[in-house]
Every structure is written in structure tokens, then in C-alpha cells.
Design a protein around this ligand. Structure first.
Ligand code: ADP
Length: 620
């Protein structure tokens, strides 16, 4: 199976690739930048709204103040219309007239709702006053040093805000010359308390202040700001103010406003001591007076809404990033799932083809095995056939060795038969029928004997497949002995068969066992003959040994030397001269016995000869 891509891209834990890190850093910076831009935009928008409100407030407050002041503008000019006022200024010593004027001024003051009205002569001494009854009456006071008096005496209508020098009460002073026939006789002054506007400002919210041309705050919705200055006063200005005692004994210390940002000529953001956070400051110059009104609004709500907008932006960005990440993750998971499915499919296909391959090779192997089996069977069959033929060849070899003796065995009776047949014919011719009959009977015996021999030979030479059966051991020993007994007799070998129990059975093929025994007998006779032994003994013994039958063939020959014994059962091993031995007898005999489930072995005989033991399974 091909190695599938890992589901998770291998990444060293805790270390991001530099590109990814840069990307995230850039994204983060972008988000923060956007939030900052949104913050500034929202702040600017909120400030814009505040400015609109401030502008409206300034419009309202300046116009109402101007309206208030304009109501009194004409009043000082009306006193020259009063005859008593003119007469009093022309005749300063007339006390009755002064009282008349005092009462008049008192009445007008009440009607006009002004603070004080008083008239001074050209020396600046107060001649009559609406507060003439009060203990601190202005009558007799010299007010020539007051700027509004000075202005009026110079012919300019005086307008002045100041703090009274008697009671220290602030107010706006309207002053105008009193003329008779184009000549100035004195100055009429009306003092109006305009501090009431402060209450209205405070009620409307926000912080409002009114400053004079020098920047001295003289009206304010915040009491602590009064008689303070917007900026430090120049020394000359301060000296002038102290001389004119415009603000009585107040210190006129700076408010300490700090400019943070200038929005335009009439608006700026300032930090105000004692107030948390910055404030928006808007100013407006009054049309009729050299004053400026300043409106201060709290920036905290604007900044809070800007912060909220920025926070919302950050949240939205986080949400978008999360959504993108989620979508990417989903996409990646989907891809991985698809890849896994493909891998699985590939693995399945591979498995299928592998199974098909293996099945094919198994079938091939089975076919080959079957063919090999057939070949093996054929080979085994061939081997069996070859072995059979080998056994047969061995048998023929034995027969070949026996043939000289057998020929001799047959020739003797044949010669006797011929003589006796001739004798029989002569006896018949001579009429000796009984002798001839006796002769013929002997002939019949001889023929039967010869038939027996040839029958045994035919039986031995017969080519037959080995079939296992219970075989009487004594019968097979006797049949084998029959084929070699002439040689035993000729070579004067003492033959002994010690045990020949008729009930000893071995599980084997009688014909082949006979072949084995003939072989062993022939070898024993050969060994004794070749060694020229004088005392020749061949002993055959058959005995039962548990589930086995042991047939031993012992001779009194030279025995088997140690170096030869190891090679006894090898094919073509022989010590006999050429033409006498093939070296196949023991090899074939050993194979025959092995096929019976037995074994053949050789050992030295106690008397010095050789002993061969055929060990066979016993049959019941
Ligand atoms: P062959 O008889 O043709 O030589 P065998 O396989 O029958 O072949 O015997 C092999 C050899 O075993 C013989 O040549 C002989 O040297 C030895 N041998 C067999 N039987 C005896 C025996 N009884 N005594 C001594 N030597 C023997």
C-alpha cells in the first residue's frame, strides 16, 4: 500500500514556519490597525456630533446673553431726558434736587430690574444713586478711575464687566455721558447683574464659561473657574487690571487648560485640571462685546462609543478569522477524509489484485505440484519397475552361476535315460518284458526328478511382483537349498539346518526370500571354495524373536575383513574374480529385505566365518 499523506501536516511542535508566523503577525497587525482606524473614525464622528451640540449651545447661549445685554444698552441714554438730572448736575449743591433724582433713580432701577443706577459729575464723584438709602450708598464716591466712566467721559459709550469696589458684587456696567445742548454734564451708569445666566448654563448641562478680551473668566457654570484665566496674563495686562480694580481683589490665576489637539480655529481638545479625561472646547466671540464664550463638553461618552466600536470591530474580526479557520479546517478535514478514502480504496484494490495474484500463483503451484506428483508417481513407478528388473537381473545372475551345476545335474539323468531307453528296447526285443517294464519305471522316475528340477528353476526364474503374505520359513529355506544342494554335495560341505519349525511364519514374498537365501548360500559356498577350506560348514538357523523372525546363514569360510564389511551392501562391490561376481547380490538382497519391513546385516561368525542375519516381521 503506498504511504498515505499524514492526516496532520507534520510540524515541529511549538515551532511555526516563519512564513506562517509572519502571516499571522501581519493579520494581527492589520486587525489592530483596522480597529484603531474604526476607533478614530467613531471618535471623530462622536466628536462631530458633540461639536454640533456645542455649536447649537453656543448659538443659544451667546444670542440669549446678547439679547439680555441689549435690553439695557439704551437705558443710560434716557437720563438726560430728565430735567431733574440735568438740573442736579448744573446745580450741585441743591440737596432737594439730589433727593428727587435719587428717588427717581431708585424707581427706574426697580422697574428695569438692574442692580444699581447712579450719576456722576465730570469729576467722577457720584451725585445721585438708586441705592442712596443703603448704608453703602454710592453717593459721594469717586469712581473716576473706573474704565467705563473714563470711556464715557471721553465720549464713548462705556460697557464693562467688573466687580463692584464697594460690595464686591460683579455686574455689567453700562455708562453714557449726560449731555445738555451738546455739552457733557456728567455720566449715567447702570449696573446689571448678569450672573443669573450661569444657572441656566449649569441646568442645560455641559460646562460654559465667558471670558473677557484678556482671557479672564468672569462667568462660568463651574464656580471654581471664575476669575481664573484661560492663559497666563501678560504683566502689563495684569497691572492694568489691578489699577482699574476690574476684578476687585481676585487673583486671576490661570486655569491650566492644556491643549491636546487642535480641531480648527474654534474647536480643540483640551485637558482640564480636576476633570478626568479630555474635553472638547468650542469657543465663540460675542458680536457686540469683545468677549468669548467657551463651551466644554465631556469626551468620555464619545471615547466610550469609539472604544465600543473598536471592540466590536475586533470581535467581528475575531469572528471572521474563526469562521475562516473553521472553514479551512473543515475543508482540510474533508480533503483528508477524501484522501483516506482514496487510500483505503487503493489498499482495497491492491489487496484484491494481491489476492488475485496469490490465488493465481497458488493455482499455478497446485498445478505444478500436481504435475510434479504425476512425475513423481511416474518416477516411482519407473523406479519400482527398474528395481523389479534389477531383482530379476540379480535372479538371472544367480541362475547363471547355478547353470553349470544344473546342466551337469540334467546331463547325468539324460545320459542314463538314453542308456536305459536303449536297454529297454533290447529287453523288449528279447522278450524280457518284465525287465523292460522295470527299466521304463526307472526312466519315469528320472523324468519326474528332472521335471522337479526344471519346475523349481522355472518357479525361481518367474518374474513376479512382490506380494506380502505369511510365508512358512522352513519351505522357503528348503526351496533355496534345493537349487544349491548339488553344489553342497559336490563340494562336500556339511549342511545343517538347526531349527525348522513348521509353524514359523514370516510376512514376506516367498519367491524373493528364496532369491535372498540362494544368494547368501551361494556367497557362503563361494567363500569357502575360494579359501579352499578343508572343513566346510553351512548352517541355516530360523528362530522367532518377539514379533520378528531371524534367519541366520553361517559359514566356516574366511569371514569378512573389517575394511570390506562397510562396503558389503554397495552395488557393484565384489572381491570375486571377473566373470564370477557382479557385486549386486547383497545390494539387491538388502533392498528386498528392506521392502518387507526387515533388514539384512552381516557379522563375524563365532568359528571365524561369516554370518548373515535376515530380520523379518513375523506373521501369525
Ligand atoms: P558377488 O557375489 O557378485 O561378489 P555379492 O554382493 O553377493 O556380490 O557379494 C559381495 C562380496 O561380499 C563378495 O565379493 C565377497 O567379497 C563378500 N562376501 C559375501 N558373502 C561372503 C561370505 N559368506 N564370506 C566372505 N565374504 C563374503
Amino acid at each position: 500500500m503506498p504511504a498515505a499523506d499524514p492526516i496532520v501536516t507534520p510540524r515541529r511542535a511549538g515551532r511555526w514556519p516563519r512564513r506562517r508566523l509572519a502571516l499571522w503577525a501581519g493579520l494581527l497587525a492589520g486587525c489592530v490597525l483596522l480597529a484603531f482606524v474604526v476607533y478614530r473614525y467613531a471618535e471623530d464622528a462622536a466628536i462631530g456630533r458633540l461639536r454640533l451640540t456645542g455649536t447649537q449651545r453656543l448659538d443659544t447661549d451667546t444670542s440669549s446673553l446678547e439679547h439680555l445685554l441689549s435690553k439695557y444698552d439704551f437705558l443710560p441714554g434716557t437720563f438726560e431726558l430728565n430735567k431733574d438730572v440735568i438740573a442736579m448736575l448744573q446745580r450741585p449743591g441743591d440737596e432737594a434736587l439730589r433727593t428727587e433724582v435719587n428717588v427717581y433713580l431708585e424707581r427706574v432701577n426697580r422697574l428695569a430690574r438692574s442692580t444699581t443706577i447712579y450719576i456722576v459729575n465730570l469729576n467722577g464723584v457720584t451725585q445721585a444713586s438708586s441705592n442712596w438709602r443703603e448704608p453703602d450708598s454710592f453717593v459721594g464716591d469717586n469712581v473716576a478711575f473706573r474704565p467705563y466712566v473714563r470711556d464715557a467721559m471721553r465720549g464713548a459709550p462705556g460697557g464693562f464687566y467688573g466687580v463692584g469696589t464697594t460690595r464686591g458684587e460683579p455686574g455689567y456696567y453700562f455708562a453714557r455721558g449726560v449731555y445738555r445742548d451738546g455739552r457733557m454734564l456728567g455720566v449715567a451708569t447702570v449696573k446689571v447683574n448678569i450672573e443669573s445666566v450661569e444657572g441656566g448654563w449649569a441646568d442645560a448641562g455641559g460646562k460654559v464659561l465667558l471670558a473677557d478680551a484678556h482671557g479672564v473668566v468672569f462667568l462660568s457654570s463651574v464656580p471654581a473657574w471664575k476669575y481664573r484665566t484661560l492663559a497666563p496674563l501678560a504683566p502689563g495686562v495684569r497691572q492694568e487690571l489691578e489699577q482699574s480694580r476690574q476684578y476687585f481683589s481676585h487673583d486671576l490665576t490661570p486655569l491650566g487648560l492644556r491643549e491636546v489637539r487642535v480641531l480648527d480655529s474654534s474647536a480643540r481638545i483640551v485637558a482640564v485640571p480636576g476633570v478626568r479625561g479630555a474635553m472638547l472646547s468650542q469657543s465663540r466671540a460675542l458680536v457686540t462685546r469683545n468677549w468669548q464664550m467657551v463651551y466644554l463638553s465631556d469626551l468620555a461618552p464619545a471615547r466610550a462609543s469609539a472604544r465600543a466600536a473598536a471592540s466590536l470591530t475586533l470581535l467581528s474580526e475575531a469572528l471572521v478569522i474563526m469562521l475562516v479557520l473553521y472553514a479551512r479546517q473543515r475543508h482540510r478535514l474533508g480533503r483528508q477524509r477524501l484522501r483516506a478514502r482514496e487510500d483505503l480504496q487503493r489498499a482495497y484494490d491492491n489487496l484484491e489484485s494481491l489476492v488475485a495474484e496469490r490465488t493465481a500463483s497458488l493455482q499455478q503451484m497446485t498445478r505444478e505440484l500436481r504435475e510434479e506428483n504425476i512425475v513423481r508417481h511416474q518416477t516411482e513407478e519407473q523406479l519400482r519397475k527398474t528395481q523389479g528388473e534389477l531383482v530379476q537381473a540379480g535372479k538371472m545372475a544367480v541362475l547363471g552361476q547355478l547353470s553349470a551345476g544344473i546342466t551337469h545335474e540334467l546331463n547325468q539323468p539324460l545320459t542314463a535315460l538314453r542308456t536305459m531307453a536303449d536297454n529297454a528296447r533290447v529287453l523288449i526285443e528279447r522278450g524280457r518284458i518284465d525287465d523292460a517294464r522295470a527299466n521304463l519305471a526307472t526312466i519315469a522316475q528320472l523324468v519326474e526328478r528332472m521335471g522337479q528340477l526344471t519346475g523349481q528353476l522355472r518357479q525361481f526364474a518367474r518374474k513376479a511382483d512382490a506380494t506380502l503374505s505369511a510365508v512358512v520359513v522352513a519351505d522357503v529355506v528348503a526351496a533355496a537349498l534345493f537349487l544349491v544342494e548339488r553344489r553342497i554335495a559336490q563340494e562336500r560341505v556339511g549342511f545343517r539346518m538347526s531349527t525348522h519349525a513348521r509353524d514359523l511364519y514370516a510376512l514376506c514374498d516367498s519367491n524373493r526370500l528364496q532369491q535372498v537365501l540362494v544368494n547368501l548360500f551361494s556367497n557362503a559356498l563361494d567363500a569357502m571354495e575360494m579359501a579352499g577350506s578343508t572343513e566346510r560348514q553351512l548352517v541355516v538357523d530360523a528362530e522367532r524373536n518377539g514379533a520378528r523372525v531371524l534367519i541366520t546363514v553361517t559359514d566356516s569360510g574366511p569371514g569378512i575383513p573389517e575394511n570390506i564389511r562397510a562396503h558389503l551392501f554397495e552395488p557393484f562391490f565384489t572381491t570375486k574374480p571377473q566373470g564370477k561376481g557382479l557385486g549386486l547380490g547383497l545390494a539387491i538382497s538388502e533392498q528386498i529385505v528392506r521392502e518387507f519391513g526387515g533388514h539384512l546385516r552381516a557379522e563375524p561368525a563365532p568359528g571365524g566365518g561369516a554370518r548373515f542375519i535376515v530380520d523379518l516381521p513375523r506373521a501369525e
